[in-house]
Write a protein that binds this ligand. Structure first.
Ligand SMILES: *Cc1c(COP(=O)(O)O)cnc(C)c1O
Length: 466
């Protein structure tokens, strides 16, 4: 694994800053402060200096639910979901990307807050349906949906299936027709734009597994074929350009190219497709160095871009949908760990080992992601020390927070919290080293409850049938 891997994969390594991360440049002025940018809304410290969320202290949570644990601020989740919903209003649709983190409680909150849901596997579909999400509010994604998954989705009546290949166009049409149905579909295209953080790359081609390339007329050919099939109702074009994006200019190029395709479709087939989905990937603050945009700013920018492009092409503005995952759930949770060992390495840094690691947060090892960390069970006035927070796995790449500062008197038994772990941590968690996956504890208005329980050794042994 390349040490400079980028969140989007090794080919983007060149857009990362050189050397040590910004987080290690200098300690924050007050190590006890909790930057509201990276912590959920209700997080603070009580009179004793203990971190609290939703009115409950982390020491209480640790005592009741153990560590490590993902602690999710339900009010914050609902606030963010509602902010997205309100920002886009009634003329657009917000689909929460379930892969960021999905559980039945989350599905209910989304339903109650008026959001739709993206799923990309039979398991995610089953979770969504079992928690009562209306099928017509579910979109089914993926580059290799099995025939069984497609059939389940069509039978359930999902609102849209996002088609990802020529073979899938025929497959879904065939399955829908054999069930006597006409399935609403979008066609996912790749527009030659990849956006990450503050950079984007616009090219003619995209070398990736998702979608059908706009280049070479392939996307137009896909639409041509789909329009001819009785089992399909083609409702729009889908484009998803990247992850952890702060800069809107990548969306601008993508929208321009998608609208160009809509225009070609109109000119060739006399059909104006009514929807355009611009995907997700909107960035959040993992550390104080990140400056994400508010949902209303993003909604305004995207709506303006699409409207402008459509006016230029003399098309009626299609209904827009977006698919934020991380931007809703990412900041709502932190991971609570107990410190096990503190190992100073002279002239280098201090290694702080916690009771979880790459099994509950693979993003640091996988993407070189940056996180911050705070001493949560108390405050301290001790001098800052440069630390690396590592897990308990048999793997030297088992790093949770690569560079950060914690108080110099940190000791075994202290609780530390890593914020902004709501997205792609529990959902990517593994059993490496037969370490048990932590629970997700939701906190709201002074009450805590487990929404995903801690894995047990029994769970492990149940799968191992000898
Ligand atoms: C992953 C994904 C998203 C969500 O990405 P975030 O970075 O969590 O916002 C949305 N749409 C599609 C198609 C995706 O693959």
């Amino acid at each position: 694994m390349s040490r400079s891997a980028h969140p989007a994969g090794p080919r983007h390594a060149d857009v990362l800053p050189e050397g040590r991360s910004a987080a290690s440049a200098a300690p924050a002025e007050d190590l006890n402060a909790l930057d509201p940018k990276v912590w959920a809304h209700t997080v603070g410290r009580d009179a004793d200096g203990v971190v609290t969320v939703g009115g409950i202290s982390v020491t209480q949570l640790a005592e009741e639910y153990g560590t490590p644990a993902y602690v999710l601020d339900e009010a914050d989740f609902r606030d963010r979901a509602r902010a997205w919903r309100t920002a886009f209003g009634d003329d657009a649709d917000v689909f929460y990307a379930g892969k960021a983190f999905l559980s039945r409680a989350v599905v209910r909150w989304l339903h109650e807050e008026g959001l739709n849901l993206d799923v990309c596997s039979g398991g995610e579909l089953a979770t969504a349906l079992s928690a009562g999400m209306p099928a017509e509010r579910i979109a089914f994604h993926g580059n290799n949906k099995s025939p069984e998954e497609i059939e389940r989705a069509v039978r359930a009546g999902v609102g849209r299936i996002v088609l990802d290949s020529f073979q899938e166009i025929v497959r879904v049409a065939h399955i829908a027709q054999s069930l006597g149905k006409r399935q609403r579909v979008q066609i996912r295209i790749t527009v030659g734009v990849e956006a990450h953080t503050h950079e984007f790359i616009a090219t003619a081609h995209e070398d990736q597994k998702f979608g059908i390339p706009l280049a070479g007329g392939q996307a137009a050919e896909a639409v041509r074929r789909a329009l001819q099939l009785d089992g399909l109702e083609v409702i729009g074009i889908h484009s998803h350009i990247g992850s952890q994006i702060f800069d809107m200019s990548g969306f601008e190029v993508a929208a321009h190219r998608v609208v160009g395709l809509l225009k070609d479709i109109r000119d060739e087939h006399g059909v104006e497709l009514p929807e355009i989905d611009l995907g997700g990937g909107l960035g959040i603050a993992y550390t104080s160095d990140d400056d994400p945009r508010e949902p209303h700013e993003i909604a305004k920018a995207l709506t303006e871009i699409v409207t402008r492009e459509c006016e230029a092409a003399r098309l009626a503005t299609p209904r827009i949908s977006v698919e934020p995952g991380r931007a809703i759930v990412g900041p709502t949770a932190f991971t609570l760990y107990e410190v096990g060992t503190v190992k100073p390495l002279d002239g280098l840094r201090t290694y702080v080992s916690v009771d979880g690691g790459m099994s509950d947060n693979i993003r640091t090892a996988l993407y070189d992601a940056e996180y911050s960390v705070a001493l949560a069970s108390r405050t301290s006035d001790a001098e800052p020390m440069l630390v690396r927070v590592v897990g308990k796995h048999c793997e030297s790449g088992d790093i949770v927070v690569k560079d950060a500062f914690l108080p110099g008197d940190l000791a075994p038994g202290d609780l530390v919290a890593v914020p902004a772990t709501g997205a792609y941590c529990r959902s990517m968690a593994s059993n490496y080293n037969h370490v048990l996956r932590p629970p997700v504890v939701a906190v709201r208005d002074g009450a805590a409850r487990v929404i995903v329980r801690r894995e047990t050794e029994e769970d492990l042994l149940r799968l191992d049938v000898g």
